[in-house]
Ligand binder design. Structure first.
Ligand code: COA
Length: 260
């Protein structure tokens, strides 16, 4: 698949996916969502891609939301289909990838943009970033998981206020809320994301994938996170990575994990 709305590049173990529609503040139309799915799926299957960083082109926006021009005349059925398809294709898909996904939020992350950042495994932001779920100002609600992931990340009361006011919070408040893990100047954003990615890459990718699944299990209805953890913990003992990790520790050397 060739891309017209995104860029994807893999170098030194890191796949960087950049949403590249700066003239539309990187708004997510259906073509961009399909391209993102493809790029995430390919990176997840690529043995050379140990960490994925998702960011937006330019210095103004990560993603300013779902592309409003695309759904303005949708029917009830089309609206539900848009949300269902988007969640399956991109937002749930990203959250459940075994490869770690870091969102580098480089400006506005609104609506579907914040929802994409929240589907990533964690977030960093530049000091110009502004985040919000403005959907109720358009007469609609967040449909790409925002009503679920925002309260999970910042608590129900804060999420209710952000959703009801349709307001934006700045990077400092997002840090205070625990929505992002770090704030840096915009020119430091990608270097910081890469530095954290390199730290992650020293560890077992197999174990990291299992840890992501166990953490996510605790947030899924009808799934026992503790039970998922027990089973995933047990499976680790049958992996080459476990043999290498424990042997390296006992031999007082650095582990050399076989990889994906
Ligand atoms: N969908 C479609 N187009 C969008 C968009 C979106 N979510 N967000 C921005 N754009 C487009 C604008 O229509 C404009 O296109 P144009 O130049 O062809 O007219 C271009 O991106 C630049 O945006 P503009 O509004 O002129 O920039 P600004 O600096 O004045 O304002 C924002 C920036 C982010 C405050 C403003 O663009 C905005 O409110 N966007 C919508 C946010 C939103 O409601 N998202 C949730 C969608 S569910």
């Amino acid at each position: 698949m060739s891309y017209s709305n995104i860029l994807s590049k893999t170098q030194d173990g890191i796949t960087t996916i950049t949403i590249n529609r700066p003239s539309k503040l990187n708004a997510l139309n259906s073509e961009t969502i399909a391209e993102l799915h493809d790029a995430f799926a390919k990176a997840n299957q690529d043995a050379n891609a140990k960490v994925i960083i998702i960011t937006g082109a330019g210095e103004k926006a990560f993603v300013a939301g779902a592309d409003i021009s695309e759904f303005a005349d949708f029917s009830v059925e089309e609206g539900a289909k848009l949300a269902r398809k988007g969640q399956e294709q991109l937002f749930d898909f990203v959250e459940n990838l075994a490869t770690p996904v870091i969102a580098a939020v480089n400006g506005f992350a609104l609506g579907g943009g914040l929802e994409l950042a929240m589907a990533a495994h964690f977030r960093l932001a530049s000091d110009n970033a502004r985040m919000g779920l403005p959907e109720v100002s358009l007469g609609v609600i967040p449909g790409y998981g925002g009503t679920q992931r925002l309260p999970q990340l910042i608590g129900k009361g804060r999420a209710m206020e952000m959703i009801m006011t349709a307001g934006m919070i700045d990077a400092n408040m997002a840090l205070d809320y625990g929505l992002i893990n770090h704030i840096v100047a915009i020119e430091e954003l990608m270097p910081l994301a890469q530095k954290i990615a390199q730290k992650i890459m020293r560890n077992s990718t197999v174990a990291i994938g299992a840890a992501i699944a166990a953490v996510n299990a605790g947030f899924k209805d009808g799934t026992d996170g503790y039970q998922t953890e027990i089973e995933a913990f047990g499976r680790c003992f049958g992996t080459q990575d476990f043999t290498e990790g424990t042997t390296a520790f006992l031999e007082k050397r650095k582990a050399n994990f076989p990889g994906k």
